[in-house]
Design a protein around this ligand. Structure first.
Ligand code: BMA
Length: 307
């Protein structure tokens, strides 16, 4: 199984003339809507605070970016940044899952980064440009890598989230309350010293196919190398893992994936499908943005058949 790196990689770089995105741009959400690719990317200036930038593209490769950030910290709950957006469209409305990285002494969130709490937030928009925050899925714990499935399942909204080191599922009737009784682990690291033996977390929004939900996810090993894997979940009951191939599908190889702000990282929050091709956007070494593509059917066959 092979993802093909785009020849123009890295396709999106920090802007050295900016104050807020001159250091790192990475881990973008990308959604295709009305014939355009819309990118929401995590950007850092020298203050190392993450803001969400916006860019659009006709081909998914060449981008026009906004001069100003789309979303910036607005209070103590996200004073140290908004990280790792994932955007879903559900019934014509858009939802962004992002991690709010709180100020040093705010809230009961367990510090997953030194000194700060994190909150798995959801915001909503009808036009992709103005966003309203609804709130966190949970609070008071180290929890991120959440996203929303692109449609309701059995009448409820469904989300991934991450209680380390496992990926979890959650359900909600209204997108605001996510009852504990409807949360359950999906899967965790594999105890084999392999590529996903330490921690796993979600990738981009799951792709609906006739065979099941095609899910890309990230994992890392004791050497802290971030790679991508794939699995297939049951359409009506995503708690049921139909297959989870052992082999990873993508790993750091290029110099700009091996060296950057954090070495040896490919980390994806977006895998939109365009004309039968999966566009996997990824943060490389927490510094630049890369694109790798794969034929949807080929990826699905691998997810279904490889053990
Ligand atoms: C994870 C997330 C990502 C980041 C990755 C590698 O925990 O915080 O934002 O890309 O680590 O540093």
């Amino acid at each position: 199984m092979r993802l093909n790196r785009h020849p123009l990689n890295p396709i999106f770089l920090p802007d050295p003339t900016s104050t807020w995105e001159n250091y790192n741009v990475f881990n973008p959400a990308v959604i295709i809507h009305d014939g355009l690719f819309h990118m929401f990317y995590r950007a850092q200036g020298l203050d190392w605070i993450s803001r969400i930038g916006y860019a659009f593209s006709q081909d998914g490769v060449h981008w026009n970016r906004s001069k100003e950030p789309l979303l910036s910290p607005s209070g103590p709950h996200d004073a140290r940044g908004l990280e790792d957006p994932r955007v879903s469209e559900i019934d014509g409305q858009f939802y962004m899952a992002y991690t709010a990285y709180a100020s040093e002494y705010y809230g009961e969130g367990m510090p997953s980064h030194f000194g700060g709490g994190v909150f798995p937030m959801i915001a909503t928009s009808s036009n992709l440009l103005t966003w309203k925050t609804l709130g966190p899925i949970v609070s008071g714990e180290d929890n991120k890598d959440h996203l929303l499935f692109p449609r309701k399942i059995n009448g409820r909204y469904v989300a991934f989230h991450r209680r380390p080191p496992n990926i979890w599922l959650a359900e909600s009737e209204d997108m605001r309350t996510w009852p504990e009784k409807r949360m359950r682990p999906l899967f965790g690291p594999r105890p084999d010293n392999g590529w996903d033996s330490k921690r796993v977390g979600s990738g981009g929004v799951p792709i609906e196919t006739e065979e099941g939900w095609l899910v890309l996810y990230h994992g890392y090993n004791p050497d802290h190398v971030y790679r991508l894997g794939v699995c297939l979940l049951d359409l009506d009951n995503p708690e049921k893992v139909i297959n989870r191939p052992k082999e990873c599908i993508f790993e750091p190889k290029e110099l700009w994936e091996l060296r950057g702000d954090v070495p040896n990282v490919v980390f994806s929050c977006a895998n939109p499908v365009h004309e039968g091709t999966v566009f996997v956007y990824y943060g490389a070494a927490d510094h630049v943005i890369g694109l790798a593509t794969v034929d949807l059917q080929e990826l699905l066959d691998f997810a279904k058949n490889s053990h």
